[in-house]
Design a protein around this ligand. Structure first.
Ligand code: FES
Length: 107
């Protein structure tokens, strides 16, 4: 299990305790986190799970692969250096406490 905090663009936040091996997108959908839509179910085909990962955690994530990189180019909100698809972030002991921020819009 590990903790993840989603911070919305309005400053509100929601912290979840999720099992290792679960994607942040999947956990967010199950818990009704606003602004995470996950329309493609995690197959890197929609970018509606776009998040901005807080700096200390960004370096701990696996390197971005081409499909994720390409899909982020079509994200509705601004792509930043800390942009990732939350369906590609899988909880592990190293990520316990991760903080991500949701963009102003996903569609
Ligand atoms: S859920 Fe569609 S790209 Fe992540």
């Amino acid at each position: 299990m590990g903790m993840v905090t989603f911070i919305a663009h309005d400053g509100s936040s929601q912290t979840l305790d999720i099992p290792d091996g679960t994607s942040l997108m999947h956990a967010a959908i199950l818990s009704g986190v606003p602004d995470i839509l996950g329309e493609c179910g995690g197959s890197q085909m929609c970018a509606t799970c776009h998040v901005y990962v807080d700096a200390p955690w960004l370096a701990l994530l696996p390197a971005m692969q081409a499909p994720e990189d390409g899909m982020l180019e079509s994200a509705t909100s601004e792509r930043r250096a800390e942009s990732r698809l939350s369906c590609q972030i899988v909880m592990s002991p190293a990520l316990d406490g991760i903080v991500v921020r949701t963009p102003p819009t996903q569609v």
